[in-house]
Design a protein. Structure first.
Length: 141
């Protein structure tokens, strides 16, 4: 998304889509924040490409070598990101792998503790390779 952001001033019509954002390798609240920020910067010219991560070196470096765990983390991350984008504080989203909690440090009148919503409503388009076996699992959730 950082590279794509460098191109925004050079075009007004191109829709930008990420390659695969490997959700099992990143905290969903950070991914949600970066994706919504790019969605705003591009004024909605954004397609959010996601997946479980396909490189064995990535699996190893992020300690995600178990395919079942990667699938669970992918699905949990999608759930967290869409919940963050759809609700206002306080946040208390608990999962098996991640937790997002901002319940005591919110000042809504100042925007403190508020996680920004995407520019596109209700969500930017979310894409995943149709060849991924994880698509079937994601669709079922």
């Amino acid at each position: 998304m950082m590279f794509m952001a460098s191109l925004l001033a050079k075009t007004k019509n191109i829709v930008f889509g990420t390659g695969v954002v490997a959700l099992p390798n990143q905290d969903p609240e950070i991914v949600a924040a970066e994706a919504e920020q790019f969605d705003h910067m591009s004024e909605g010219r954004f397609i959010f490409g996601i997946g479980p991560s396909g490189l064995s070196s990535g699996h190893e470096v992020f300690r995600n070598t178990d395919g079942k765990v990667r699938t669970e983390k992918l699905l949990e991350s999608i759930d967290f990101i869409t919940k963050i984008w759809r609700q206002d504080p306080p946040y208390d989203i608990q999962g098996k792998y991640w937790q997002v909690k901002i319940t005591e440090s919110t000042v809504p009148s100042l925007g403190i503790g508020y996680m920004q919503k995407p520019y596109q409503r209700p969500l930017p388009p979310i894409a995943m390779s149709p060849f991924s076996g994880k698509v079937k699992a994601a669709v079922r959730t």
